[in-house]
Design a protein around this ligand. Structure first.
Ligand code: SAH
Length: 246
C-alpha cells in the first residue's frame, strides 16, 4: 500500500513549492489537489492521474468525508499518492482530518511543509510580521466557523496580538470590523489586505479598521488575507498620502 504524501503547494507561484514537494509530484501516480492549487503546479506531474477535490469549483462542495474516502481509495490503488494542498497543509488545511482517516485505514502518511499565505503576503507587501520594539508576536487565526461547530472567540486573541493574520476573512469584513470595534480595538488600527499573494495578479490595500467594512463588497478574483497591526501603519500612511494627492 502507498505512503500518502501531504504536500504544501505554497501560496500559488509554481516555484514556491519546496524542492522535496516538487520531486514527489514528479514521481506521483495519483495527485489529489485543492482549488487553491494553481494549474502551473500540475505541470510537474503530467504522468499522474489528477483528481480535483477542490471545494470551491465544485458546485455542491466536495465534503471532507468524501475527500478522505477518495484519498484512501487512491492509496489502495496506486503506489505513490500525493495530496496537494494550498499553502502549508498544517494550517487551516483540514490536514488533521485526512491524517486521522489515513491512520485509521492503516495507511502511512508523510507531510511536506509549504509556504503559508501569511508569509507570501508579507513578502509581497515587503512588510515584516514582526518588528523590533513594535511587534513581537504573530497570531494566525480565522473568524470562520464551519457548520455544526461551536462559535470560536477569535476576537480576544486578535485584540491581544501585536500582528494578527486572519485567514478566510475578507468576505466577512463588516462583521469582523464590528466585532473588533466592539472589543475595543482603535478605529484607526492599520489593516492590510493582500489578494493572490505570490501571483502576478496580486493586489494589496491598506486601510483603517473603520474602513474595513467596505472590503466585504469588493469583487475579489482570488484568495485574500487580512492582516492587522501597527506594522502596517507606514503602508496606511502611504495610501492616505496617495489619496490626498489624487
Ligand atoms: N493552508 C493554507 C490556507 C488555507 S485556508 C495556507 O497555509 O496558506 C484558505 C485561505 O488562505 C484563503 O481564504 C485566504 O485567506 C488564504 N490564502 C491562501 N492563498 C492565498 C494567497 N495566495 N493570497 C492571499 N491569501 C491566500
Amino acid at each position: 500500500m502507498a505512503t500518502v504524501h501531504l504536500i504544501g503547494a505554497g501560496p500559488g507561484a509554481a516555484d514556491l513549492i519546496t524542492v522535496r514537494g516538487m520531486r514527489l509530484l514528479q514521481q506521483a501516480d495519483a495527485v489529489l489537489y485543492d482549488a487553491l492549487v494553481q494549474p502551473e503546479m500540475l505541470a510537474y506531474c503530467p504522468q499522474a492521474v489528477l483528481i480535483d477535490v477542490g471545494k470551491r469549483c465544485a458546485k455542491a462542495s466536495t465534503a471532507q468525508r468524501f475527500i478522505n474516502k477518495m484519498l484512501i481509495d487512491a492509496a489502495r490503488k496506486y503506489p505513490r499518492v500525493v495530496r496537494l494542498k494550498g499553502g502549508d497543509p498544517m494550517l487551516f488545511g483540514r490536514a488533521q482530518e485526512e491524517l486521522d482517516a489515513l491512520a485509521e485505514a492503516g495507511i502511512t502518511a508523510e507531510i511536506v511543509p509549504g509556504i503559508t499565505a501569511a508569509l507570501a503576503a508579507s513578502a509581497d507587501a515587503g512588510i515584516s510580521l514582526t518588528s523590533r520594539g513594535l511587534a513581537r508576536n504573530v497570531l494566525f487565526a480565522t473568524a470562520r466557523v464551519g457548520e455544526g461547530e461551536h462559535a470560536s472567540d477569535w476576537v480576544k486573541p486578535v485584540l491581544a496580538a501585536d500582528t494578527a493574520v486572519l485567514y478566510m476573512g475578507v468576505k466577512q469584513s463588516a462583521a469582523i470590523a464590528q466585532a473588533l470595534l466592539e472589543g475595543g480595538m482603535a478605529s484607526n488600527t492599520p489593516i492590510l489586505i493582500v489578494e493572490n499573494a505570490s501571483l502576478p495578479n496580486s493586489r494589496e490595500w491598506a486601510m483603517t479598521l473603520a474602513e474595513l467594512p467596505q472590503a466585504a463588497s469588493w469583487e475579489l478574483v482570488g484568495p485574500a488575507i487580512l492582516m492587522i497591526g501597527e506594522v502596517y501603519r507606514p503602508a496606511l500612511a502611504q495610501t492616505e498620502q496617495r489619496r490626498a494627492v489624487a
